[in-house]
Design a protein around this ligand. Structure first.
Ligand SMILES: [Fe+2]
Length: 325
């Protein structure tokens, strides 16, 4: 396999790619979650672009089920689940019935008050439940500005390693994300040496196809998902321009307002974990700088004297205790 071009940051030439590869926008949203468009319009756009599509709505499958009815298109059944911790998880299925069963048994009973709310299950439980089916599990936008990526400060390094090991891979380019976070995600994809994927994460049809996953395989669900899972897929794409991001975020905002209490709670929780993480890092940095043993000794003496000075009223007691010992 040509590994040199496994991830490319550029606008995809969909016509040229379509000649030799099966091309799929692997991450897209409809009006059933926080997208702007009806499935009929989404399907029409995919047809015009000549690409396959996965509607991966947040915590609902109505869009994916409707898209499944378009027999002239390559469609991949999928869902983007919001874990209890806030991190998102993309789950793709070979069979539409498996998506339905996963949703009915493993997602619906644990849903929050709105479609965008976190479900009650944590990341680990969601992946374990997805593994009951023939599925492909991907962490979307692993690095992002908020808690929606798995590489956020809520998880310790050991937790993160375990969770990344449980998934098939990570999304390395997401058009809704910022370049700096996509670059980190791409690096993670290389370092992990697991499956990679990419998608527009579009919330309006103008964004469709800005990032795609493609593979030299048959034009079927099975062939495509196998190629992704076996690390044979490649990703090409770029970030949405500011104007498209604003349009897209307009659609998302409507749902964010409905989801306000859950978002506030998650932001506070995440804010606390970021503060804890940053404080620990600053303390580690200071301590690493004081690496000379003499400097460390001086540090202890000054800290001790400061303590005694602050507690001068207990000094006689300390001297008395020392004399007695
Ligand atoms: Fe998404």
């Amino acid at each position: 396999m040509d590994t040199l071009n496994r991830i490319r940051f550029e606008a995809p030439d969909l016509n040229a790619l379509g000649q030799d590869y099966t091309v799929v926008d692997f991450h897209f949203h409809s009006h059933y979650s926080d997208g702007a468009d009806e499935v009929a319009d989404i399907a029409q756009r995919a047809r015009e672009l000549g690409i396959g599509l996965a509607i991966t709505d947040h915590n609902t499958i109505d869009g994916a089920l409707e898209l499944d009815g378009y027999d002239d298109l390559l469609t991949i059944p999928g869902i983007e689940v919001t874990s209890r911790e806030g991190a998102h998880i993309l789950v793709y299925f070979y069979r539409i019935d498996d998506l339905k069963a996963f949703y009915v048994d493993d997602i619906e009973p644990y849903k929050g008050p709105t479609v965008m709310s976190s479900i009650e299950l944590d990341v680990e439980s969601i992946i374990r439940r997805a593994r009951k089916y023939n599925s492909v599990v991907i962490f979307p936008h692993p690095y992002s500005a908020a808690f929606t990526g798995i590489c956020n400060h809520s998880f310790s390094d050991s937790q993160l390693h375990r969770l990344l090991g449980m998934a098939d891979g990570v999304e390395v380019i997401n058009s809704e994300n910022l370049k700096r976070w996509n670059l980190k995600s791409a690096l993670l994809g290389f370092n992990l040496d697991r499956a990679i994927s990419g998608g527009s994460d579009g919330h309006s049809i103008q964004q469709m196809g800005m990032t795609v996953t493609y593979a030299a395989c048959g034009r079927s669900r099975k062939a495509f998902l196998n190629a992704v899972r076996r690390k044979q897929a490649k990703v090409v794409g770029t970030e949405s321009k500011l104007l498209k991001k604003i349009q897209s975020n307009g659609a998302k905002l409507k749902n964010s307002i409905n989801n306000y209490p859950d978002l506030v709670e998650k932001n506070i929780r995440y804010g606390k974990s970021v503060i804890r993480f940053r404080t620990r890092k600053v303390a580690e940095k200071i301590w690493n700088r004081i690496n000379d043993k003499h400097v460390k000794k001086a540090f202890y003496v000054v800290a001790g004297l400061t303590f005694i000075k602050i507690n001068y009223n207990v000094l006689p007691l300390i001297i008395f205790a020392l004399m007695k010992s």
